[in-house]
Design a protein around this ligand. Structure first.
Ligand code: G
Ligand code: MN
Length: 235
């Protein structure tokens, strides 16, 4: 299991806003991205994996100077996010690593189905009261985008990368990005443009007034921690 970090930047100042932690699994000489193994893991239950990602990410943040004082974005599975007992351990985990709870952002992917919207929303409010923030990941890629935005007290919307990547060439994508941003802004939610790959897209993002961005243009994911899966008592 290998952890990567990718910078997320503030568009106006070009300063680091935070880092997203991404996971890859090493197979021989190859690294496989999360999208290729998450489905298998989901069959077996993701909790063990998510605990491991959190443990690795917090350890990384604790030990790296460049992660100090910036936000840490972590992707968790729908199973873990809906597990109240598990989620409520987050503040004490943060404390254990000496990380302010205001520096953690949990990404909820649009592609997964969440049930019990009101229960989820109540749980998110509890964690938000303790400082933890939430982002809707891949916004626009799922069927429930606006339903989630309607119900969940999220702090950020991460706009689906394939819309952003294409928006210089495709007016539909441009209009979608522009209006997702306007809706989010009207609701007091900050937007993050994913998959900004070149200067042209960066300029468009800036012109649209999107404040935060991520993508190869600013920095590719960098390998930063390689470790074996823990025994079940480690997390
Ligand atoms: O679902 P989520 O948004 O967490 O997935 C992030 C994925 O997007 C990672 O696998 C990462 O390597 C990839 N990624 C990050 N920046 C870019 C980019 O600029 N272009 C493309 N095509 N992929 C990117
Ligand atoms: Mn993500």
């Amino acid at each position: 299991m290998v952890l990567f970090k990718q910078p997320i930047i503030e568009v106006a100042s070009n300063r680091i806003f935070g880092y997203e932690v991404l996971t890859r699994v090493r197979e021989g000489n190859e690294l496989r991205g999360a999208d290729t193994f998450i489905e298998d893991l989901e069959q077996q239950g993701m909790e063990e994996f998510d605990k491991f990602v959190i443990h690795g990410a917090l350890k990384l943040k604790q030990n790296s100077a460049d992660l100090k004082g910036t936000k840490l974005f972590i992707n968790l599975s729908a199973g873990s996010i809906q597990n109240e007992a598990f989620m409520l351990t987050l503040p004490s985990r943060l404390k254990k690593y000496g990380i302010p709870s205001g520096e953690l952002v949990i990404e909820i992917t649009e592609r997964e189905v969440l049930r019990h919207l009101s229960g989820m929303s109540a749980l998110m409010h509890k964690l938000k009261d303790m400082g933890v923030q939430f982002a809707l990941d891949d916004f626009g890629s799922g069927f429930d985008s606006f339903l989630y935005l309607r119900h969940f007290p999220v702090d950020y919307v991460k706009i689906e990368g394939s819309f952003v990547k294409n928006m210089a060439k495709n007016n539909r994508d441009l209009q979608l990005v522009k209006h997702i941003h306007l809706v989010a802004k009207a609701l007091g939610v900050r937007t993050i443009a994913e998959w900004v790959e070149d200067h042209e897209i960066h300029k468009l993002v800036s012109q649209l007034g999107i404040g935060i961005a991520q993508g190869y243009y600013y920095g590719k994911p960098i390998e930063c921690l390689d470790q074996d899966r823990p025994k079940s008592n480690t997390a």
